[in-house]
Design a protein around this ligand. Sequence first.
Ligand code: CA
Length: 228
Amino acid sequence: MAYRILVVEDELDLLDTVMFALRREGMRPIRCSNGEEALVLVGTERPDLVLLDLMLPGMDGLEVCRRLRSSEATARIPIIMMTAKAEETDAVIGLGIGADDYVRKPFGLKELVARIKTILRRHEEPRDPTPKVLRSGGMEVDPARHELRIAAEPVTLTATEFRLLHYLVKHRERVFTRAQLLDRALGNDVIVIERNIDVHISSLRRKLGEHGRKIVTLRGVGYRFSEG
Ligand code: CA
């Protein structure tokens, strides 16, 4: 799944360059040029990492970083600060505001990408060392083998169906809109339009047999995987 990187930078040329470099890496950069907007976008876009310029008009990067760290919902999002001067770099480290790393301008794009990947890897490892087999009744969703088993028998799913099912089962009892499923479960490396989600879901239901009814349609809202 494509990583979502919120890029907060008020120098628009640099912002464009970074956006381009991250897209080329298959990531999903989200553009932003001031601190206030960054805080809003962290809430709505739920990025995997924030690349944050220190000197911003209005609320600066230090304050954005502090606010993200002080809220339970955003405290663990990795942050890489971009700093322009040696003194700023010292400030980032010295103040202990909780950035995970920093890059000093002017930085090379290769270096930037390498730092981002390192931080993302570090954040993911302890969380999910080996992806867990999810179970529901006689149904097993095995992300390591990319396999669905019903009563121990493998059921053939397309890659898209598997990802949808895994996401829904992993977050069971939660309702997702088509747009959310598209975005969070499938990411941008799968070409699916919103209405096609319905087609994938109905095919998935058929393949699930008696478990198919666990994927519940909420009219006008979206879908939920429910045990009950
Ligand atoms: Ca700046």
